[in-house]
Design a protein around this ligand. Structure first.
Ligand SMILES: [Zn+2]
Ligand SMILES: [Zn+2]
Length: 108
């Protein structure tokens, strides 16, 4: 992903209606120094920050590859990002306390 391609990209969550413009997708936002993220994120420059701040607006489900926002209703992070659908389908792969969390989220 080249640092140069910056403008006019839109992130849309596959699970809710959240749509936002983002500037970078990946782990190392060029405008935030010394930052290495633990996952490939969709990143928006923080409009209120003057020091290279940014906001992760979404990520990519490591199983189905769909784009999901960071909302608790859409995805969760456990070593990798999962959309809630995949988390539900693969419930057994998660530790018991997360299984509870997932079924709670799926049912709410
Ligand atoms: Zn969402
Ligand atoms: Zn998924």
């Amino acid at each position: 992903m080249a640092a140069a391609d910056t403008l006019g990209k839109t992130f849309s969550c596959s699970s809710c209606d959240f749509v936002v413009e983002y500037q970078y997708q990946g782990r190392k936002p060029p405008f935030a120094k010394n930052i290495m993220l633990v996952e490939d994120c969709y990143i928006m420059k923080d409009p209120f920050s003057t020091s290279g701040g940014f906001v992760c607006v979404g990520g990519i489900c490591s199983l189905c590859g769909c784009s999901v926002c960071m909302s608790n209703d859409c995805s969760l992070f456990y070593t990798q990002r999962f959309c809630l659908k995949c988390a539900g389908k693969n419930m057994k792969e998660f530790p018991p306390e997360l299984q509870q969390e997932i079924s709670h989220r799926l049912n709410s």
